[in-house]
Write a protein that binds this ligand. Structure first.
Ligand code: GLU
Length: 511
């Protein structure tokens, strides 16, 4: 069997969309699964759409996500260069080969003439205003002009394009590894431009020529390219390369969170989640878009989330490391229907991966966050804090906000809360508890709990009734991690101080 060679072939027209990361991921998983090669080719033939910084953005996104490029822009390789703008000289000969074989033709029509065609068709009520089977013989091209005239125009370097000549009355078939048999009537296709008048190839020509020259075995790409696939089949045929045509796999769309329509940047803006892997600032407008990385997502979590958007392992397993994904991945298990982009699921994955991080690593991050507030704390204490918090947070940037009360005494609780919760009895228990703490030697969470229970019992109420008021006194919050574990970390002096502080405010409100 020939060695698997796949490529991710983005155009640097802006930040890489999250769907592009998924396409790259599936290519990568497929390559690794089959011991093949993952290639990065930059398709930058459309100079008008070129955006500075986009290529670097793509490369950095893949690096961050852990998608390793074996060959291509970056690492280089036997088929260099891998940037299409640097391969410009390669394409024309193939376009001419197609002309000579009768699969393409020169077209000399001016912009005005093309406009006139479109208008004519529009007026006649044609559904599509295309240059193709029904219209090409009325235009100025090498099919309609005498051979000598064509020769003259070419020698004079008259502006022209090369167009694909779509065959008449044919059903073009291709086998897609995800969708099965795909058929298109040639009448639905137009004579696409292959070479532009500026000497640059269009996407279709450059894409097919490079896939062939780079010995690509499988084309795995988004569903939006499915309509182009029949044109590509015709190009392989015209160039005599049918034998080595790659296999196609068109991935399902990523859908909006409600499942209706394609996921767009606007959905992310509206609902407050990123649709790009990294932060991006548009170099022309200065407009900023948020990225998953900066929003606090761990690359492993994003990868796991994306892997399951359109592919399923056929089991209940949800958590997959990259290695496990490689072991389980197959194109057969990719679904045909679109995958709903559920950001809650992405957050869930982040939680799972955050929990797996070693406490020492989280403690270092918390230390960094504290540093920006000018606070320094012993590592041992931070480790105890993060181990309490890690089950409760989704992102590491929540470490400091969620643990503030360890470093700052909470503010006075609000009046209405005190009125409602701090009955005379509650205050009595808390005062007695503060007293008991003064004498306590063993400040372990278990012992502190025991002490609270006995103190409350003595005064005839259940420990449960004072838990929340005590929590508010110690943390300023009404919910949070295990309160006795918090008390243990806060330590004797601080616990007593905080309880007494609130008691002093609580007094005036009760009779
Ligand atoms: N340059 C195309 C893109 O931007 C590549 C499509 C393909 O993989 O053939 O997605």
């Amino acid at each position: 069997m020939t060695k698997v060679r796949v490529r991710f072939a983005p155009s640097p027209t802006g930040p890489l969309h999250i769907g592009g990361v998924r396409t790259a991921l599936y290519n990568y998983l497929f390559a690794r699964r089959h011991g093949g090669t993952m290639i990065l080719r930059i398709e930058d033939t459309d100079q008008n759409r070129y955006v500075p910084g986009a290529e670097e953005y793509i490369i950095e996104s893949l690096r961050w996500a852990g998608i390793v490029i074996d060959e291509g822009v970056g690492p280089g390789g036997p088929h260099a260069p891998y940037r299409q703008s640097e391969r410009k000289h390669i394409y024309r000969q193939y376009a001419e080969q197609l002309v000579h074989a009768g699969y393409a033709y020169y077209a000399f029509d001016t912009e005005d003439e093309l406009d006139a065609l479109r208008n004519r068709l529009k007026e006649a009520g044609a559904e599509q205003q295309q240059y193709g089977i029904t219209t090409r013989m009325n235009m100025r091209n090498s099919l309609t002009l005498p051979a000598r005239e064509v020769q003259r125009l070419l020698t004079e370097n008259a502006p022209h394009v090369i167009r694909l000549k779509i065959p008449e009355g044919e059903v073009i078939k291709l086998h897609d590894l995800i969708r099965g048999e795909v058929t298109v009537h040639s009448e639905q296709l137009d004579d696409k431009v292959l070479m532009k008048s500026d000497g640059m190839p269009t996407y279709h020509l450059a894409n097919v020529v490079d896939d062939y020259l780079m010995e690509i075995t499988h084309v795995i790409r988004g569903e939006e390219w499915l309509p182009s696939a029949p044109l590509h089949v015709l190009l392989y045929r015209g160039l005599g390369w049918e034998e080595r045509m790659p296999q196609f796999a068109h991935l399902p769309l990523l859908l909006k969170p409600d499942g209706h329509g394609k996921l767009s940047k606007r959905d992310g803006d509206r609902m407050g989640f990123p649709v790009f892997p990294l932060n991006w600032t548009d170099p022309f407008t200065g407009e900023k878009s948020p990225g998953f990385r900066e929003a606090g997502y761990l690359p492993e979590a994003l990868i796991n989330f994306l892997a399951l958007l359109g592919w399923n392992p056929g089991t209940e397993q949800e958590l997959f490391s990259m290695t496990e994904l490689v072991e389980s991945f197959s194109l057969e298990r990719i679904s045909k229907s679109g995958a709903r982009f559920d950001i809650q699921k992405a957050r869930w994955f982040n939680q799972q991966y955050l929990r797996k991080l070693p406490d020492a690593q989280l403690a270092r991050q918390l230390a960094e966050q504290l540093k920006s507030e000018g606070i320094e704390q012993p590592e041992e204490k931070l480790i105890r804090i993060v181990s309490l918090l890690k089950e409760r947070i989704t992102f590491t940037h929540e470490l400091l906000p969620q643990s503030k009360f360890f470093f700052y005494a909470p503010p006075v609780p609000d009046d209405s809360f005190i009125r409602k919760k701090w009955s005379g009895q509650v205050q009595e228990v808390l005062a007695a508890y503060a007293q008991a703490l003064e004498e306590e030697k063993n400040f372990s969470a278990d012992n502190l709990k025991h002490l609270l229970e006995t103190t409350a019992q003595k005064l005839g109420i259940k420990a449960g009734q004072v838990m929340q008021p005590l929590r508010v006194a110690l943390t300023g919050e009404t919910a949070g991690p295990d309160l006795m574990a918090i008390a243990e970390i806060l330590g004797q002096k601080e616990c007593i101080r905080r309880i007494n502080f609130v008691l002093q405010y609580a007094k005036p409100f009760v009779s």
